[in-house]
Design a protein around this ligand. Structure first.
Ligand code: GTP
Ligand code: MG
Length: 364
């Protein structure tokens, strides 16, 4: 393996445009040579990252607390006995005792990392893994201290595996969602763990699991990830690659979103299968779409051929919205409706062709 990698690096170095890849392959080769595997524990502040590592080590070694706490990265390795060393940004280093650890890695003692700690390395005989593994505790993502998020992001990039910690306090926050979306090109190395399940009842735990499933397992989420990537390529005028990626997304999710479509924030696609969204379709924020929905053309128009769906619209299963018409804000389209005329804001339409329906309390 190492030999093949070395040959590939030599070849890559011969071309200018593969320089980055050659450097990355060089790092990987070094890691393989050193038998080093880096596993980082990352997550929003206060999710219990440091606590989890402590219980893994069976030792209250890392400081934990109720206000955002970890301020600098700690790399933990197996050693014969406890030893810790601080590495500063100016390349100086210092051996410290166990009692001094909080002076460098906790926000209270080292606010905003004013000590300019780059990393603290500690060796402990309690590590239940071999010397070739490094376990990394990182500062919380999204606390008021922005440097913490940046540090976690850096570590996410250089780790071989990321244990992303969630907690039952709140299902998945906007911060976590943003972090994960930005990290999606590293998705293959992510593993998830949920903390603090002792704090809620069985019923609440079930509710939490349902919410989490919706986030991680629904094809709608995956379809949107494919769409965001293909839309970016489309904007770069890489039309063929964009379409190709979109078709791969369709194959895996059963949802076809043309890379040229414009989609706002928090689109929720429930069940997903059989959804088609055309090239010139536009979707606002907080829209919900059920399976079998088409935002299509009639075949008669050129240019803008597909619908515009404004904010907060819900489109029922199997509804077909055809042509360059606008569906006004807060409207609802009944399941199976065929909509060929514009729909006013705050209106519910049903039937074929769809027409406004009186509000029925408890149903809409
Ligand atoms: N009940 C309960 N409390 C927990 C659990 N895990 C962590 N905690 C508590 O949650 C608080 C935060 O824990 P930390 O381990 O400091 O969290 P962190 O993710 O490292 O926080 P930052 O370093 O600030 O990002 C502490 O008061 C812990 O005692 C758990 O599984 N159950
Ligand atoms: Mg911590």
């Amino acid at each position: 393996m190492i030999e093949k990698l070395s040959k590939a690096i030599t070849l890559m170095k011969q071309t200018d445009f593969l320089k980055d890849q050659a450097a990355r392959a060089g790092e990987l080769r070094q890691r393989l040579l050193e038998h080093e595997l880096v596993i980082s524990v990352i997550g929003q502040f206060k999710r219990g990252k440091s606590s989890l590592i402590n219980s893994f080590l069976g030792d209250e070694i890392l400081p934990v607390g109720i206000i955002p706490l970890t301020t600098a990265v700690t790399e933990i390795r197996k050693g014969d006995s406890f030893r810790a060393k601080v590495y500063f940004s100016d390349d100086s280093e210092k051996e410290i005792s166990r009692g001094e650890l909080p002076d460098y890695i906790s926000e209270q003692k080292n606010p905003n990392n004013q000590e300019n700690v780059q990393v603290v390395r500690l060796w402990t005989e309690n590590a239940p893994f071999g010397a070739d593994i490094t376990l990394v505790d990182t500062p919380g993502v999204g606390s008021v201290h922005q440097h913490n998020t940046l540090t976690s992001h850096d570590y996410m990039e250089k780790s071989d595996a990321v244990l992303f910690i969630l907690s039952v306090d709140s299902p998945v926050s906007e911060l976590e969602r943003d972090f994960l979306l930005k990290a999606r090109k590293h998705a293959a190395k992510f593993y998830f763990a949920v903390n603090k399940i002792d704090t809620i009842s069985g019923d609440n735990l079930e509710e939490f699991q349902t919410k989490i499933e919706a986030f991680f397992c629904y094809p709608g989420i995956h379809a949107l990830l494919f769409y965001r990537a293909s839309h970016m390529l489309y904007k770069l005028r890489l039309y063929f690659v964009a379409r190709l990626l979109s078709q791969i997304g369709r194959f895996f999710t059963g949802i076809e979103i043309h890379p040229g479509a414009k989609i706002g924030r928090r689109l929720f696609i429930d069940h997903g299968m059989g959804i088609v969204i055309g090239e010139t379709a536009e979707i606002g924020d907080n829209v919900t779409i059920y399976h079998g929905v088409t935002l299509g053309g009639t075949g008669k128009e050129a240019g803008k051929r597909h619908p515009t769906v404004m904010d907060n619209v819900t489109i029922g299963a199997g509804a077909k919205i055809l042509g360059p018409i606008t569906i006004g804000e807060n409207s609802k389209i009944g399941a199976g409706a065929v909509v060929v005329e514009p729909v006013l804001p705050d209106t519910t339409v049903v039937g074929i062709p769809a027409s406004p329906k009186e509000k029925v309390p408890g149903i809409w």
